[in-house]
Each structure stands twice: as structure tokens, then as C-alpha cells.
Design a protein around this ligand. Sequence first.
Ligand SMILES: Nc1ncnc2c1ncn2[C@@H]1O[C@H](COP(=O)(O)OP(=O)(O)OP(=O)(O)O)[C@@H](O)[C@H]1O
Length: 214
Amino acid sequence: MRAVLRAHDVRRSFGTVEVLSGVDLEVSAGEFVTLAGPSGSGKSALFAVLSGFDTADSGDVLLLGEPMTEHPSWSDCAVLPQVMGLADELTVAENVALPLRLRGEEPTARVQALLDELGIGALGDRYPTELSFGQRQRAALARALAPRPRLLLADEPTAHLDHATVPLVLGLLRRAADEGAAVLVASHDEEVHEAAHRRLRLVEGRVTAGDLTR
Ligand SMILES: Nc1ncnc2c1ncn2[C@@H]1O[C@H](COP(=O)(O)OP(=O)(O)OP(=O)(O)O)[C@@H](O)[C@H]1O
């Protein structure tokens, strides 16, 4: 398997507190990997660095063998942040279609199919502010999946969802990996970790092989 994402000795401090103290990790094409860790351990801080949104103080982040850039394309790296970041001036369907339009494609049936699979097929014409948090989270996932990204980084993708909806989201994340994406998911949700091929854990600023106890 080929590493799509590789981080080596990544360090990041805020003020005098070193949150990431030499993180090493790799996620390969076709893998669904989860990251656990106590609240405040630095999972979101790590995702910000891994997605190019933030810059490490030192260390390397490589996407497809190249240094991570500040704005990777949605096709290379799609991010589902904890704060969902949908564009409020676009409808849900327009939001999901955006990564396709940005690479010059007309939106396809895939946009509606993803919304349908996530149980929000009737909400495509609404604006994000007219949706519940859980519905917005699903719309943001649809947008991340639409361009079939090589790397998908999802921070707490089930945080606002009810029990019936979690399997829909996990099914789509697994399918993205089965179709060749490298998928890394930070979560406190045991159900998410149970669905993973491999589990990691962030403890005291470093990533280790994880287990189901958080
Ligand atoms: N931009 C920032 N400025 C200052 N401190 C920050 C910043 N970002 C994160 N931190 C600090 O880094 C630590 C890790 O935060 P982070 O949000 O990454 O944790 P987390 O593991 O994602 O937590 P949770 O599971 O609760 O979402 C916290 O102590 C937080 O206060």
C-alpha cells in the first residue's frame, strides 16, 4: 500500500504549551484509520496541520509524496472540520457541487446521490443556516466526498448525529476507503473506531497504535 499522507516528527506549540511533540503517522490508499485521544489532546490541532490549514513549528507533512501546501485541492485533500465550514450563501446542493465546479466539472448525479445516501436528499435547495447541526454535518461530508478525494480528513464526523444516522456516515467513509481514498477520522465515538481498519491514539503529543479504550 502506498502512503497518501505521511507526517514525520511534527511539532506544534501554542504559547509555552507543546501540543504536538513529534507526531509520526502514515495513512495509505484504501485505509480507514481512526484517531482517538482525550479531549484537549490535540486531535484538531493535528488535523489543522495535516490539512495545511496550520503550519507545524517543525517536522514534515507529505501529501502524495509532496510537502503539504496551504490550500491543497479538494480532489487531493478533502476536509470535514469540527466546525463545518459550509458556505452560507450557497444552497446545500451548491455547496456539495462546489469541489466539482472548482475543477471545471458540471455537477453530476453524484451530488444528489450523496445527499440521498446521507438521508438529506430533500434538503438540497435549503441554505445551511436552515439545517440542524447534524444535517449540516452530513452536507459537509457529502461535499468532502463529492470530488472522490485521495485523502479525506474528518474531525468528529458523527458528533451531532443520532444512532440511526451514524451507520450511514460510517458506510460512506468505509466505501471511500474501499474505492481507494486514504481516510483519517478523529473521534470519541467507539462505533467509529470499531469500523476502522486501524486505530491510532494521540497521547501526550505523540501518536501510537491505539485500542478501543480512550
Ligand atoms: N490556535 C490555538 N491557540 C492556542 N491554543 C490552542 C489553539 N488550538 C488548540 N489549542 C490548544 O491545544 C490543545 C489541543 O486542542 P485540540 O482542539 O486540538 O484538542 P482535541 O483533542 O481536538 O479536543 P476535543 O476532543 O475536545 O475536540 C488544547 O489545550 C487547546 O486549548
